[in-house]
Design a protein around this ligand. Structure first.
Ligand code: MSP
Length: 579
């Protein structure tokens, strides 16, 4: 009987990922090409995109973001038959829709893999060869309950009693409610059962490999349970739409093995993947955690490769409390949302409200409320008020007065001239620590918390502005003028920090804000981000600088839902209705 090594090779016991100068491959799952994109798909992609953009801002080393479409398998074969088209045609069309939806939402992917591409097929065939040569495949007769929408055999413990489309009793998947079918076939099996120890060792040595922690714990529990061998091929006469098993044309490679290898084929496996592998972070939804955290690392180890560095897991979006599904007719189309709320409005909503650890509920009113209050009113209002010609007629980055805002509250030197109060010092402290806080939230895959902190600081800054009412200060009085300038200087410094930190989430709005503040392209990354240098007695490169042109309102308030819904209907793309 074949046995894998009990301990992993040395390089696998590695430190926390993503250090400076290192390469990093970020991935989204590749999307099933059997139906159009919905907001759940977009959420996976936006998380990865925001991580990529944040990493670029940190100038942390070369990074790529790969995505694509998962085009093989029974599910696609059946969807094509039901649509009266060929699988190839269906995939061509749906793959285009995904590309379009991602691009429209500003997902800055660097690579898009279609599993039907020759370079990917070649990588999968080679990977199969590596498994076969490693002695981890055997042919066996397999029978069990197969769930086509999940493309997976399910054990009895994951089944429930349900009804089929005609109302007849049948067995269904406990998790998704989809009908399962008893399937008996000759298949190639993968010795997953032999990988319990290596997987446990990998996880023990890399406690941050699966994030957030509840998902890591969940995988550890799975490893304490039954770990049966995995069927990794289907009979060709049942499944023609897939990559044939090399040297056995009667079998087709299991779609999950095929799909997972996209993470390797994109970096040039089997020739040149070494430059990127295993510095990879996979962003995945919780429904596909088992495939990424058990099967994929085991397959990689069996093929002589290292498991991925990190797997970042998120939960699901429901719609008004219900699971999103075609049959309920409540699937939310991301391109319609982007049309309604704007690219940045919708990105902000999903990333601000989506909490990886738990499911989140979507409804239109929630988007309008959040985006209006945080982007349009709080952030946009602050920018407009602090740069308005009435308050800043010279249209410059005003000067800061240490006399008005001394380093120490109530200090002797500033007695009589100091104008700042306790809350103002709290604001400065909060904004000064914000970049590090945001950084650690991004590193911990808690983008929503990073945004929450920024929103809190924006609120504090509005409080500062409101408290001191700069519009009431008399410009003709030199002392008042000095304090007015200082208030504006502090406010613009805060805005500059928010604009910089928000770039990964709302790139267009951040650009507009930073351009208005005359922050040049080379001054927008996180490595050189300073805040209120003058408060620390250092020169501020922005002080006295001419502001950028006034390009109007930073973020337009979203209007009435009825008007937007009308726009939503008009935005329906006819191509999608065919699917
Ligand atoms: N094709 C597989 C992945 C293969 S990766 C080697 C697949 N595709 S999928 O299209 O069904 O799902 C893609 C991503 O969308 C997954 O991360 C999944 O969790 C996510 N979502 C699908 N529905 C979702 C929600 N309702 N909410 C949030 N994300 C969800 O699985």
């Amino acid at each position: 009987m074949w046995r894998p090594p009990r301990r992993l090779p040395r390089p696998l016991r590695r430190a926390a990922a993503g250090g400076p100068g290192r390469r990093l491959l970020l991935s989204t799952p590749i999307f099933y090409a059997n139906g159009p994109p919905h907001i759940g798909h977009l959420y996976s992609a936006l998380l990865a995109d925001a991580l990529l953009r944040h990493r670029r801002l940190r100038a942390a080393g070369p990074a790529r973001l790969c995505t694509g479409t998962d085009e093989h398998g029974l599910k696609i074969q059946q969807a094509a038959a039901a649509a009266g088209t060929s699988p190839a045609e269906l995939c061509e069309r749906v793959s285009g829709l995904f590309r379009q939806a991602l691009t429209q939402a500003g997902v800055a992917y660097t690579d898009f893999t279609r599993t039907s591409e020759p370079r990917h097929r070649r990588a999968v065939s080679h990977f199969w060869g590596a498994l076969r040569d490693g002695g981890v495949l055997y042919k066996g007769s397999y029978e069990g309950w197969y769930c086509t929408p999940e493309e997976s055999f399910l054990p009895e413990s994951q089944l429930a009693e349900g009804t089929d489309a005609q109302g007849r009793p049948c067995k269904v998947s406990l998790e998704t409610g989809h009908e399962v079918h008893w399937t008996k076939e000759e298949n190639y099996m993968f010795r997953l059962s032999a990988f319990r120890d290596p997987l446990q060792n990998w996880l023990r040595d890399n406690p941050r490999a699966i994030f957030p922690d509840p998902f890591y714990q969940c995988v550890l529990r799975w490893l304490d349970e039954d770990l049966p061998d995995l069927s990794v091929s289907r009979e060709r006469n049942r499944l023609q739409w897939g990559i044939p098993v090399p040297s056995d044309p009667t079998q087709t490679i299991y779609v999950w093995v095929d799909a997972l290898v996209n993470y390797l084929s994109v970096v040039g496996y089997p020739e040149s993947h070494g430059a990127w592998w295993p510095a990879v972070h996979h962003v995945v939804g919780k429904d596909i955690l088992k495939f990424h955290a058990l099967y994929w690392p085991a397959l990689l180890l069996a093929a002589g490769l290292e498991p991925p560095e990190r797997i970042l897991v998120h939960s699901h979006w429901t719609v008004r409390g219900q699971k999103m599904s075609k049959s309920l007719g409540n699937v939310v189309d991301p391109s319609v949302c982007v049309g309604q709320y704007g690219v940045d409005g919708f990105r902000y909503f999903l990333l601000r409200q989506g909490v990886p650890e738990r499911d989140c509920d979507y409804y239109d009113e929630k988007v309008v409320k959040l985006v209006n209050s945080e982007l349009a009113d709080a952030l946009g209002g602050l920018m407009n008020r602090s740069t308005a010609p009435s308050i800043n007629p010279s249209n410059t980055y005003p000067r800061f007065s240490e006399a008005c805002f001394p380093k120490v509250l109530g200090s002797e030197e500033a007695r009589g001239t100091g104008r700042a109060c306790v809350e103002d010092y709290k604001l400065v402290a909060a904004v000064a620590s914000l970049p590090a806080q945001v950084d650690s939230y991004f590193e911990g895959f808690q983008i929503y918390k990073a945004l929450e902190c920024i929103a809190q600081c924006v609120r504090q800054t509005n409080g500062f502005f409101q408290r001191h009412k700069p519009w009431k200060l008399d410009r003709r009085d030199a002392a008042e003028q000095l304090w007015l300038d200082t208030i504006l200087h502090v406010t613009l410094e805060c805005l500059r920090v928010y604009g910089t930190l928000l770039q990964p989430v709302v790139p267009h709005t951040a650009d507009k804000l930073l351009s208005r503040l005359a922050v040049g392209p080379g001054e927008r990354d996180l490595s050189g981000l300073t805040f209120l240098a003058r408060y620390d007695g250092k020169p501020c490169p922005f002080e006295g600088r001419q502001l950028g042109p006034d390009t109007g309102i930073l973020f337009h308030r979203l209007g009435k839902l009825e008007t937007m819904k009308k726009r939503k209907q008009e935005a329906q793309v006819p191509d999608k209705q065919l699917l």
